[in-house]
Design a protein around this ligand. Structure first.
Ligand code: SAH
Ligand code: SF4
Length: 382
């Protein structure tokens, strides 16, 4: 068995090369070939010594994830479904905007947190992704898009860990993957352009502050413990006060940053004026100089098993206005890629068990084949 080099951050790759008797600068060259050029064949890597290429051929490979399907929306959003084996699939979504290209990626197959409004949560937990499987989503999307758009320039400027899974429950694989994204020899993304979204794993928020303080989004969804216990079961372990305090500590490591609070708007559940007032009171308890938090109101993406409905748009706007009037910066998330079900975590929209995931994957394969002329050029297997 040879080693997949997508599993390594630069330090990991340097240690691997050292075991082959090679110096660190060789690892840097190799890392650049893989991540900046998308190379998979050691023979392509013309500035590496032939002897090193030989050693690599015997001990390593560069292997992405098989692409099950690719759907392109009319608004330019593209969703890929990747096979991670044993009937499990994870998704990544590319969202182009005029000033940025954002890739939303997954950290786990399924999720153990089990939020009521989340289709991934309803699916249950299968397994953690490895560092290589997290990185492979970015590696594939970036190089696929460059080829498709016929450009050598970077296409993906922002990464958000808002696909399937709870990234802070897969911490050991997550941190090296973040380092690959930030590394100047890798994707060279700035700390503020990489966002970890969490349902509130407090001890890991503290560790992330120490190890790799990227932008933090916290999925709040409720202004009090009673409601949040119900919507985000992890709240029973790390209640709101602890969560808010960990946000405060996070900002001590990243003083000019802000926390984004995500708030999924559920009809009649958490979208009333009194909820907005409670949120305002909660935020005001943690007053800091400048803008320390922003709210992002997310129109709920309904799926039948949730038994929940999306708040009417007028209520979302009214809720946002209450927060803004109290001086809290608030945005409403645009729904993108609606026609391809591209909202994060929406893959398993009507999935009740894993057998159905497999069925659905098979269906999507067929959909993809039927759609090839209408979608962008299908990926040539990686
Ligand atoms: N586990 C992490 C990151 C993945 S979920 C977290 O919970 O933050 C990314 C975001 O999508 C979270 O804010 C989550 O609450 C939201 N989300 C999940 N299901 C949704 C749905 N059906 N409609 C709208 N937003 C949803
Ligand atoms: Fe997991 Fe996030 Fe979905 Fe909650 S919202 S179940 S934490 S993926």
């Amino acid at each position: 068995m040879t080693t997949n080099l997508l599993e390594f951050d630069l330090d990991g790759l340097a240690a691997f090369c050292e075991r082959l008797g090679e110096k660190r600068f060789r690892a840097t060259q190799l890392f650049r070939w893989i991540h900046q050029r998308g190379a998979t064949e050691f023979d392509q890597m013309s500035d590496l010594a032939k002897s090193l290429r030989g050693k690599l051929a015997g001990s390593a490979h560069v292997q992405g994830l098989p692409v099950i399907s690719q759907h392109a929306s009319n608004d330019g959003t593209i969703k890929w479904l990747f096979d991670v084996g044993e009937g499990n699939a994870v998704e990544a979504v590319f969202i182009p905007e005029s000033d940025r290209g954002t890739l939303c990626i997954s950290s786990q197959a399924g999720c153990a947190v089990g939020c009521r409004f989340c289709s991934t949560g309803h699916q249950g937990f299968s397994r953690n992704l490895t560092t290589g499987e997290i990185v492979a989503q970015l590696w594939f999307a970036e190089h696929f898009l460059r080829k498709h758009l016929k450009t050598e320039d970077r296409v993906i400027s922002n990464v958000v860990m808002m696909g399937m899974g709870e990234p802070l429950q897969n911490y050991n694989a997550l941190v090296p993957a973040l380092r690959v994204m930030l590394d100047d020899h890798g994707y060279g993304l700035s700390r503020r352009r990489v966002t970890v979204s969490t349902s509130g794993v407090v001890p890991m928020i503290d560790r992330l502050a120490q190890d790799c303080p990227v932008a933090l989004a916290v999925s709040l969804h409720a202004p009090n413990n009673l409601l949040r216990d119900n919507l985000v079961p992890l709240n029973r372990k790390y209640p709101l006060a602890e969560l808010m305090e960990s946000c405060n500590r996070y900002l001590e490591h990243a003083p000019r940053d802000f926390i984004t609070f995500e708030y999924c708007m559920l009809d009649g559940v958490n979208d009333q004026p009194q909820h907005a007032q409670e949120l305002i009171a909660l935020v005001q308890q943690y007053r800091r100089p400048g803008v320390w938090c922003k709210f992002n109101l997310i129109p709920f993406n309904p799926f039948p098993a949730s038994g929940l409905l999306r708040s009417p748009m007028a209520r979302v706007t009214a809720f946002g206005k209450l927060l803004s009037d109290a001086g809290i910066v608030t945005t409403v998330r645009k729904t993108r890629g609606d026609d391809i079900d591209a909202a994060c975590g929406q893959l398993a929209g009507d999935v009740k068990d894993r057998t159905q995931v497999v069925k659905r994957i098979a269906q999507q394969r067929m959909v993809m084949m039927a759609q090839v002329p209408s979608v962008v050029e299908p990926p040539k297997g990686v």
